[in-house]
Each structure stands twice: as structure tokens, then as C-alpha cells.
Design a protein. Structure first.
Length: 262
């Protein structure tokens, strides 16, 4: 079974975000593999292990730094990785990104495609679904449970919905977007980390994929950022001093008259 996993590199959630000239200053940002994509990687590896055969290929679109996300996936056990050069691509736009990813998927060939349910940077939750549309495939999003029957080319997925879960049957090939709870991602082993040093990660340009740069560039982007701003600072807290009964009475007055929550 040939499984593709598309991985996005995102800022570490522990990174302190700084703004500069109306945009995020990435100078001191620490970049990591998107956490939701880790569930996608893990599930792909588990499927290969259960079947006892197959190949897991990890693909990432972006600048040279995204190779670190690919190397991370390889250290976990992925078989191959491909770097899609992001030069000229509107990387913030799900439509543009999905266009490039779909071209890569067609070139690589696949039986199953995984993405994370969303990137933790923009939280679009769109790329995997648009990708499925471009590939003319069924998709199941926000998946927390998955069973496959490759000989029958069918699968059953459990997905989160508001207030509960639903079980969905689908045909293979398909696109799955992984949610937290699908599995528990593994850690890289020392053997895996050392093996990455011998891996060659090919680079594919838009020309290699047959994608017109004008169709995925800033001018064609369906989404444009107008401005970035930090939330307003929280007002300073108030300390009530005095006897417990007095402070309790004052607290009730504040909540009722000022905060108007009771």
C-alpha cells in the first residue's frame, strides 16, 4: 500500500510571536512539524506495520527549512520524503497549496492520502478537503478511528462531530485528515535519527510538477492577509483587602454593578 502523508511546518506553539510592519516576524521563530500531522504520520506507519508491506512517503511544501519536518518524519520510520519548493507559491492560501499538493500526489501515485485536520498556525482546516476535491477522491475529516480493508478497497472511519462522533464508510483511495485521539505518536529512535543522515530528499519545483506559477502565486490567492495585530493587553487585576465578610460583599458588588455577570 502506497501511503502519502502531507506535512506542514509551523511555528512552535511555545514561540513568542512578534509583529513587524503588520506581519509576523519569523526571525526568531522555532519551526516544527504541525502537531496534527504527527497523528497522520503515526497512522500511516501503523497501517504499513499492520499490513507488513507498503511504503510511507512524506511530502512538504515550502522553503528549505521544511526539510527538517521531512527529516523528522523519516526519523520516525517514513520510507521516503519529497520537498516541494515553495518559491512563488502563496503558502498561506489553502487553494494554492492544495493545487501543488495534488500535482505531487498524481506524480507519486498513492492508495491513501493523509493530512492533519488543520495547521496550528492559520487553523484553516481546508487544505486536505480541497486536495480531495482536486484528486476527485472521497475524504473523511477529523478522524479519530480508522479501519482499512485494502483487498476490498474500503475503509471505515470514526470522526468527531459536534456533541459526539459518527462512523463513515468510504472507498479507497481516499483522503483522511487526522485529529488528536486517532493514535499516540511515537518518538524517534536513535537508529531512526542516524538513518536520516543517509536519506536523500529530492526537491521538486513547480515546473517538475507541471504547475503554472501564475495559478498558485500571490496574484491568484483566494485569501489575502490585510493586517496582523496582537490582542489588547488584559487590564490589571484588583486586590480586595480587609475582613473576609467585607471583601466578599465588595466582590459581589463589583460582579453585579461593574462586571454585570450576576
Amino acid at each position: 500500500m502506497n501511503i502519502l502523508v502531507f506535512v506542514k511546518q509551523v511555528p512552535d506553539t511555545e514561540t513568542r510571536i512578534q509583529l513587524k510592519d503588520g506581519a509576523v516576524d519569523t526571525t526568531n521563530v522555532k519551526w516544527v512539524a504541525n502537531p496534527y500531522d504527527e497523528f497522520a504520520i503515526e497512522e500511516a506507519l501503523r497501517i504499513r506495520e499492520r499490513l507488513g508491506q507498503g511504503k510511507v512517503t512524506v511530502v512538504s511544501l515550502g522553503p528549505d527549512r521544511v526539510k527538517e519536518a521531512i527529516k523528522y518524519a523519516l526519523s520516525l520510520g517514513a520510507d521516503e520524503g519529497v520537498h516541494l519548493k515553495g518559491d512563488g507559491v502563496a503558502l498561506w492560501d489553502p487553494l494554492a497549496v492544495a493545487t501543488v499538493l495534488a500535482a505531487a500526489a498524481r506524480k507519486l501515485g498513492f492508495d491513501l492520502v493523509f493530512t492533519g485536520k488543520q495547521g496550528v498556525d492559520n487553523d484553516w482546516s481546508q487544505t486536505g478537503i480541497i486536495l480531495a476535491e482536486f484528486l476527485d477522491l472521497p475524504h473523511v475529516s477529523v478522524v479519530v478511528g480508522l479501519e482499512l480493508d485494502p483487498p476490498a478497497k474500503r475503509g471505515v472511519a470514526k470522526r468527531e462531530v459536534e456533541g459526539g462522533a459518527e462512523t463513515v464508510e468510504f472507498e479507497l483511495p481516499a483522503v483522511i485528515t487526522a485529529q488528536k485521539g486517532l493514535n499516540e505518536p511515537r518518538y524517534a529512535s536513535l537508529k531512526g535519527i542516524m538513518a536520516v543522515k543517509k536519506k536523500v530528499i529530492p526537491e521538486w519545483t513547480l515546473a517538475d510538477l507541471g504547475v503554472d506559477p501564475a495559478s498558485v502565486g500571490e496574484g491568484a490567492a483566494a485569501i489575502r492577509f490585510v493586517d496582523f495585530s496582537l490582542p489588547p493587553p488584559r487590564p490589571a487585576g484588583r486586590i480586595l483587602e480587609g475582613e473576609p465578610k467585607e471583601t466578599a460583599r465588595e466582590l459581589v458588588r463589583i460582579l453585579h454593578e461593574e462586571a454585570k455577570v450576576i
